[in-house]
Design a protein around this ligand. Sequence first.
Ligand SMILES: Nc1ncnc2c1ncn2[C@@H]1O[C@H](COP(=O)(O)OP(=O)(O)OP(=O)(O)O)[C@@H](O)[C@H]1O
Length: 373
Amino acid sequence: MSTLHVDIRGRAGSFEIETAFQAGAGVTALFGPSGAGKSTLLKMIAGTARPQSGRIVAGGRTLFNSATGTNLPPEKRGIGFVFQDARLFPHLSVRRNLTYARWAGRRPASRAFDEVVALLGLEDRLDAAPATLSGGERQRVAIGRALLADPALLLMDEPLSSLDKARRNEILPYLEAIRTEAGIPILYVSHETSEVARLADTVVLIENGRVSDSGPAAAILARLGLAAGGDPDEAGVILEGRITDVDPAYHTAVIALDDDRIELTGNGFAPGMTVRLRVRAGDVAIANAPHDGLSIRNQLPAIVEEIRRDGAFATVALGFGGQQLLARITAKSADALGLQPGSRVHALLKAVSVEMARIESPRGGLTSASSPR
Ligand SMILES: Nc1ncnc2c1ncn2[C@@H]1O[C@H](COP(=O)(O)OP(=O)(O)OP(=O)(O)O)[C@@H](O)[C@H]1O
C-alpha cells in the first residue's frame, strides 16, 4: 500500500540513469558519491524531470508509466519535499507556513495539525516569524509543512546539510519520530554516514545512475565500511540490541547484543527498548587479552575476520556473536599484535564513543530519542 515502486530509465544531458528499487514505510537512504545521479532520480520521482521509459507508483497511484502515457504533474503527485534550506515564506507566521500547502492544495486535513506541531516540538513557535527562528527550527517547520500536505511520499534532499553539528543533533530525534509516525516511505539523500546510519531502515546505493547495492541499512553500511574508495575514517557498523538495565545514577544503560553485553551512556532509555548503535571503526581498539585497570569497560571477545591495510593504517573486521565490528588501528599495531584472520582478540569500545538511537519502545511506538555522546 504505502510503498514506492521505481523502475525507470532516462537521461540528464549525457548522463544515463537506469534504476529500479522499492521503498516501504520508513526511511530509505539514497546513498552514493557526488554525481551518481541521486538528485536526477529525485527529480524524476517528483515529476520535474521526465524518464524516457518505465514506471513510478507511490501508495498504489501510478505517477508515471511510459507504456500508458501517464505522467502526473509535480503538484498532482502527492509528494512532500524537504530541501537543504527550509524555503519558508518570510512574510507568513510559522502557523501560516505550516498550513499553506493544505490551504493551497485544498486537501482534506487527515493529519491533525496539533499532532504534527507536537511531533516537531513547535507549540511555542506558532506565531513567530521565520526570520526569528534558528536554522533547526526553520527546518522543523519545513518538515511539518511537508507532512501537513498529507503526502504519500516524502523526499528529503540533504535536509540537515546546512546545519551545524549541534543543530543536526537537535533535529535528528524529530526525524526519528517521523520515520515511525508518518507511516509513509521517506526517501532521504545524504552524504553523511552517521545520519544514514541513524535514520535509515534501508539503504539504496547509487553509483553511476544505477543501483549497485540495496538492503537493510546495517548490512549495506557494514559492506561499505570495508569498501575501497570510501572514507576510512567514517567507516563503522550499526548494531542492534536491547536495553536490559539502566543506571540513572551514572546515566548508563546496558545493552544486550546477542550473548554479549555492553554498557553505554545515555538518558531516556528503559529496559526492553530496542536501540541502534553506530560504532565508528576509529573508536574501537583491539587487545590480545582482556585487561583490568582500564577506563574502557566494554571488552568484547571477538575473532578477526578480515584485515585491510591502507598505508599506515589497517581496518580490521571483527566477528562477535553473529554481528560485526570494524576497528581502525595502525598497521604497526596490527603487526605487533600478530593479527591474522582467525585470531582471538578483545574489542575495546569506549562508552562515550557510540551513538545510540532508540528505535522502538516497549509498547512498539516511538515517542522520542536521545543521542548521548
Ligand atoms: N540538466 C542536466 N544536464 C546535463 N547533465 C546533467 C543535468 N543534470 C544532471 N546532470 C549530470 O548528471 C549526473 C548526475 O547528477 P546528480 O546531480 O543527479 O548527482 P548526485 O548524485 O545528486 O550528486 P550530488 O551528490 O553531488 O548532489 C552528473 O554527471 C551531472 O553533471
